[in-house]
Write a protein that binds this ligand. Sequence first.
Ligand SMILES: Cc1cc2nc3c(=O)[nH]c(=O)nc-3n(C[C@H](O)[C@H](O)[C@H](O)COP(=O)(O)OP(=O)(O)OC[C@H]3O[C@@H](n4cnc5c(N)ncnc54)[C@H](O)[C@@H]3O)c2cc1C
Length: 154
Amino acid sequence: MSAHTCTSADLDGLASQLEGEFHCHETMRSLYATDASEYQEQPLAMALPRTEGDLAQLVAFARRHGLGLIPRAAGTSLAGQVVGPGSVVDVGRHLNRILAVDAPRRRGRVKPGVVRNELNLALKPYRLFFAPETSTPNRAMIGGMVGNNSCGAN
Ligand SMILES: Cc1cc2nc3c(=O)[nH]c(=O)nc-3n(C[C@H](O)[C@H](O)[C@H](O)COP(=O)(O)OP(=O)(O)OC[C@H]3O[C@@H](n4cnc5c(N)ncnc54)[C@H](O)[C@@H]3O)c2cc1C
């Protein structure tokens, strides 16, 4: 158990300030109690942020109350990376846009919830691709790939 200091009134207050969703009820907490690993733990709450402002508020709230914050992309981690007692923050639901592709400089800007294969479909017309090739490329998202330092056979 984490030694957080927040009450249900604090959690309700946070929920009312976000543009995205913030859930503390049993069903959503159970849905986010697992990833692809064998670990299981029900979080205190889970969030579906819509904006960077939502993320900033979630971070500030977690700091203020000593609450763990667990960013979650596709949840295909194998060592319990996205399971824990704090707030699980699902960046895959809403933060999933490709913002810009600068083909000549081989650079792009994406939100963390962009799926690796979908990014490569968008890059195909430019004859470019995002190279790290996990075995889960039709699910794994860029935020999670960076978080795990993901790689593949090549
Ligand atoms: C069958 C199978 C095969 C696999 N094969 C491979 C493989 O070949 N190579 C490989 O590298 N991995 C492999 N994996 C592990 C996993 O699929 C990859 O590491 C994948 O890239 C994780 O992406 P994800 O979107 O699921 O991330 P998640 O599991 O959701 O998150 C991964 C980490 O990133 C953090 N994170 C997520 N979003 C953010 C964010 N916005 N900001 C900061 N941190 C963030 C999370 O907190 C977590 O610590 C495999 C898994 C399975 C189930």
